[in-house]
Design a protein around this ligand. Structure first.
Ligand SMILES: C[S@@+](CC[C@H](N)C(=O)[O-])C[C@H]1O[C@@H](n2cnc3c(N)ncnc32)[C@H](O)[C@@H]1O
Length: 421
């Protein structure tokens, strides 16, 4: 039975607690898009879907969320529910509702932003994710816009319809899943997959005054497009440090914005991510970037940068609630809902503040430290900055705010500068 594959992926997801994305990479390509769509939707709006198909999984949302992944896997109704989803998907509702979110998560949003906004966030975060790409500067030919081969590709039948970005000039947005990486333009480094919110954070790191108009005081509000920017705005080539580079999503965008000038360093705790970053830099033909794995304790590598960097980006580890559309399994994980984690783990806010403090030392007196997270609660955004400023009053906020989750993933970003006397 075809729907069996859905059950299998679901079972493995429950068992292994592996990221949804990495599990999908193991699914047979011919079935991947259907499995991703159905299982993703189920994880995003479990209650709405169960109610719509009259599948009895729980009496109430509270009980539903109490089930947890492991219990849900053993639930007698789950396999029938997934089979039904496979067969009757076309009639599945695509409007989420607040019941699709764990009650603790909703309470936190209501506490931070009020009931109405929390409901709006829930609706937006239960939508299917968009596929967004960021074109590299090489995809453009002079002032004429995208190169002809890129334009032809966008019009080809291999792709669903797309539209320009709402925020970033470099973005192209496809509704639903688009297999863009299959195309040779990807291998040539002409584009990367990157959500517009993430593109905005990269732009904001280098051009805060140009981009701050896009940011809002709270999540959810859609704003206008970013103005065109260029590295010509910099008087001298910059030294930029991406402290939590991961696999290099924002590092790549920063490298592109620097247009081959200056120096860019990307650090992360994990070797595998840095290896990935290096591969992507090679594909994009960016030569002024160094990726390096840096254990939590190592201070020596950083000492040489003390008060030398023009820009330090701290895209901190967080609960990831702004990217719930893309990683719906996060909802099922108890961790993001409990800031106080298990006994031997530290609260995420404590780690965020620690990383921000450590890397803020690298900014030169005229430099800038940008703190960002892909989440939407105050305790991981504005509260971290407030605490940081209490401990180091030599800094002040230059600009801060939220982007998304309307049509982008949800991010908070803040640019900090040394006060001038
Ligand atoms: C939000 S992710 C970064 C995403 C990345 N900037 C991008 O655009 O794709 C946060 C990263 O911080 C890293 N991290 C966690 N603790 C850290 C620490 N103490 N120092 C540096 N990086 C850390 C994680 O490994 C993770 O890759």
């Amino acid at each position: 039975m075809k729907s069996q594959i859905l059950s299998e992926v679901f079972a493995e997801l429950c068992e292994s607690q592996t990221h949804f994305d990495s599990l999908l990479s193991k699914v047979n390509p011919s079935q991947k898009s259907k499995v991703a769509t159905l299982l993703g939707a189920f994880l995003r709006r479990p209650f709405s879907i169960a109610e719509h198909f009259k599948i009895h999984l729980a009496e109430s949302p509270e009980e539903f969320w109490g089930l947890s992944f492991i219990k849900l896997k053993k639930h007698p109704g789950i396999h029938a529910a997934l089979a039904e989803l496979w067969e009757k998907w076309e009639s599945a509702p695509n409007e989420g509702n607040i019941k699709d979110f764990p009650p603790q998560m909703v309470q936190k949003w209501e506490q931070d932003w009020g009931k109405e906004k929390a409901a709006g966030m829930a609706r937006l975060l239960s939508q299917d994710p968009l596929t967004t790409i960021r074109f590299h500067r090489r995809a453009f030919s002079g002032s004429d816009g995208l190169q002809p081969e890129v334009q032809a590709w966008l019009k080809s039948s291999e792709l669903p319809k797309s539209r320009p970005g709402n925020f970033s000039e470099r973005a192209r947005v496809f509704r639903g899943f688009a297999a863009v990486q299959k195309n040779e333009l990807f291998q040539k480094g002409f584009f990367e997959i990157q959500d517009e919110g993430s593109q905005v954070m990269s732009l904001f790191s280098l051009f805060p005054s140009e981009v701050m108009g896009l940011l809002a005081d709270s999540p959810q509000i859609a704003k206008s497009k970013a103005p065109a920017v260029s590295s010509q705005l910099f008087a001298k080539p910059l030294t930029v440090i991406d402290a939590c580079a991961g696999a290099g999503g924002k590092t790549l965008a920063l490298a592109d914005l620097l247009e081959g000038k200056g120096r860019l360093y990307g650090y992360d705790l994990f070797e595998k991510k840095i290896q990935n970053l290096k591969k992507r830099m090679e594909r994009a033909q960016e030569r002024n970037v160094q990726g390096k794995t840096l254990p939590r304790e190592s201070a020596d590598e950083l000492k040489r940068f003390h008060r030398t960097a023009d820009v330090v980006l701290v895209d901190a580890p967080c609960s990831g609630l702004g990217v719930l559309r893309r990683n719906p399994d996060t909802k099922w994980n108890r961790k993001p809902m409990e800031l106080k984690k298990r006994e031997n783990e530290r609260p995420i806010a404590e780690i965020q503040l620690e990383v921000l403090k450590k890397y803020s030392l690298l900014a030169k007196d005229t430099g800038r430290v940008v703190f960002g997270v892909c989440t939407l609660t105050k305790d991981e955004s504005v509260d971290i900055v407030d605490q940081f400023l209490k401990e180091d009053p030599s800094f002040e906020v230059e600009a801060q705010g939220f982007v998304g989750p309307f049509d982008t993933d949800g991010f908070y970003m803040c640019s900090l500068r040394k006060k001038t006397l």
